[in-house]
Ligand binder design. Structure first.
Ligand code: FAD
Ligand code: SIN
Length: 534
């Protein structure tokens, strides 16, 4: 028998994740108590760090809240929560000004913020730092967080599970309204020991789940851990069928689905098939600037109809200097693969990009579990509905990273640390003998999701995906019960849980809406116009 448990930590606030959501919340809540940020890799490694296009917000007199609200509602295809949309749009500009006051530097023109354009937006409203906005946001926030005396960062610490009454030996169910979160069990990856982090309030800010798909713009950390942990803890999870596929990732195998920002289309790039035909106007009057679901489906349709491996995105008609200045990261990365985007088109294909569903929260970031809050991509606030409008994600994380402070502080004042929590129990587990199972099952899961639960779905494909995923689930759970925990094994378990939630939610929605397109139910059905809850 191995024992790898020990060490208990107590903080007022426990933050799981160090992307824009976790960092912006931590900075504010640290004014009210001690904060631990637990993050599974280096602090900066997050989806946030790779964000290119920018942050959508009404920052110009030529724009209006009403327009941004309307664009968000149109993209969301009837499923957005209007109250949440209004909150996010109206509070967004102030959050961006605060971010700038913290030191974030965004691209300017003639002294004013340069506002870019992306699909689905009827106005120029994307605040950005050239084509590396996320890196700048992450840099500015991390610098402040590192300097804050109340905040401790635990890098290479992997959150395994949330601690609730279940760990005190009580029965916990999704119907029970008084489940509380007391913190999390966390694997210290470098010392191979599971630590118990106890806190009055826990924030889930673990980001998305793009890695569940074979092709994704997301980095390796995006394995859906937060949704899976919350689901196991019996929190409410909503709208998981709405997976956003970005239309344009670089179609070069070694490029690992590197994103070609929508801002490139915002600056006039056009899409062509390999016969040189510009195809988008035939699919939507907004052409290349239609919302993402429409552009991704149009590309998918072209690839399937024509049997071609990719389509082409061309910005080479714009002056070379302009392209290099606005898209330095994209220009350099493509050049590294032998493609000079100032002179030739870029081969692109869609890739899984963003999880619109997640842990259900109210307008203050509260989940259905008391003492557990969720912000950022892991959360489903009601902003995105059936499809996220471009660059509304960093915005949502900033707004809810702020809104969750007041109720968190109030909750922390009224609740003591629960000390009766036992240490992690790893009795009966052994060093695993069949590591190949983890990598094999991970690869198989990602392929099944790509082939059967992708841009275009059908009842038959979903049923097949469910059967295959269930086999992977049974095998992995059996392995997990006997094996000592490791990040790889926990991620696989979480990815299977997220895949299950996506498939089950997709099966529950018998219509096509936003990002969820079903061949056998090709139209929206007004009777299905409600969130999917699991
Ligand atoms: P993340 O930034 O992903 O942070 C999650 C954190 O949780 C990470 O630190 C991770 O290591 C940690 N974590 C995860 N699991 C665990 C665990 N088990 N234990 C401990 N730590 C854990 N959105 C926009 O609005 N505009 C854009 O221009 C834009 N461009 C994008 C470009 C790319 C290539 C990608 C991938 C996404 C883009 N998005 C964009 C989406 C946006 O970046 C994300 O939705 C947003 O950054 C999510 O922030 P977050 O804080 O919720 O999660
Ligand atoms: C992009 O730059 O195209 C990504 C923007 C987003 O995901 O919101």
């Amino acid at each position: 028998m191995l024992s790898m448990s020990g060490q208990r930590y107590t903080f007022d606030f426990l933050v799981l994740g160090s992307g824009v959501a976790g960092l912006s919340y931590a900075l504010r809540v640290a004014e009210h108590g001690t904060v631990a940020i637990v993050t599974k890799k280096e602090s900066a490694e997050s989806n946030t760090n790779y964000a290119q296009g920018g942050i959508a917000a009404v920052m110009s007199l030529e724009d209006s809240y009403e327009q941004h609200i309307e664009d968000t509602l149109v993209a969301g295809a009837g499923l957005c929560d209007r109250e949440i949309v209004e909150i996010v749009v109206r509070e967004g500009p102030q959050r961006i000004r605060e971010l700038m006051a913290l030191g974030a530097e965004f691209t300017r023109q003639n002294g004013q913020l340069h506002l870019g354009r992306e699909g689905g937006h009827t106005s120029n409203r994307i605040v950005h730092a050239a084509d590396a906005t996320g890196r700048e946001v992450e840099r500015a926030l991390l610098a402040r967080v590192r300097a804050h005396p109340n905040i401790s960062i635990f890098e290479y610490h992997y959150a395994i599970d949330l601690i609730t009454e279940h760990h005190l030996g009580q029965h916990v169910s999704r119907l029970r309204p008084d489940v509380h979160c007391f913190g999390a069990y966390v694997l210290d990856e470098r010392n191979d020991v599971v630590k118990t982090f106890l806190a009055r309030v826990t924030l889930l800010a673990t980001g998305g789940s793009g890695q569940v798909y074979l092709h994704t713009t997301n980095p390796a950390i995006a394995t859906g851990d937060g949704v899976a942990m919350a689901y196991r803890a019996k929190a409410r999870v909503a709208n998981m069928e709405f997976v956003q596929f970005h239309p344009t990732s670089l179609a070069v195998p070694a490029a690992d689905s590197f994103l070609i920002s929508e801002a490139v289309r915002g600056e006039g790039a056009r899409l062509y098939n390999l016969a040189g035909e510009r195809f988008m106007p035939a699919y939507d009057p907004r052409a290349e600037l239609a919302p993402r679901d429409i552009v991704a489906r149009a590309i998918d349709d072209q690839l399937k109809q024509r049997g071609e491996p990719h389509v082409l995105l061309d910005i080479s008609h714009r002056p070379a200097e302009f392209v290099r200045e606005h898209f330095p990261t994209i220009y350099q990365t493509c050049l590294g693969f032998g493609i000079d985007i100032t002179r030739e088109p870029i081969p692109v294909v869609p890739a899984a990009h963003y999880q619109c569903g997640g842990v259900q929260t109210d307008a203050w970031g509260r989940t259905s579990i008391q003492g557990l809050f969720a912000c950022g991509e892991v959360a489903c606030t009601g902003l995105h509905g059936a499809n996220r409008l471009a660059s509304n994600s960093l915005l949502e994380a900033l707004v809810f990273g702020h809104r969750a402070i007041e109720p968190s502080v109030a909750y922390a004042r009224e609740h003591a640390i629960e000390t009766a929590v036992p240490d992690w129990d790893d009795s009966g587990t052994q060093r695993p003998q069949e590591w190949v199972l983890v990598s094999h099952n991970r690869d198989e899961l990602r392929r099944v999701m790509w082939d059967y639960v992708g841009i275009v779905r059908s009842s038959l494909r979903l049923e097949r995906a469910f059967r295959r995923t269930h086999l992977l689930y049974e095998e992995t759970e059996d392995f997990y019960r006997r094996a000592r925990v490791s990040p790889g094994l926990c991620e696989l378990r979480n990815m299977i849980a997220v895949a299950y939630l996506i498939i089950r939610s997709a099966q529950m929605r018998r219509e096509s809406r936003g990002l969820h397109y079903m061949l056998d139910y090709p139209e929206p059905n007004p009777a299905e116009r409600r969130p999917t809850l699991v």
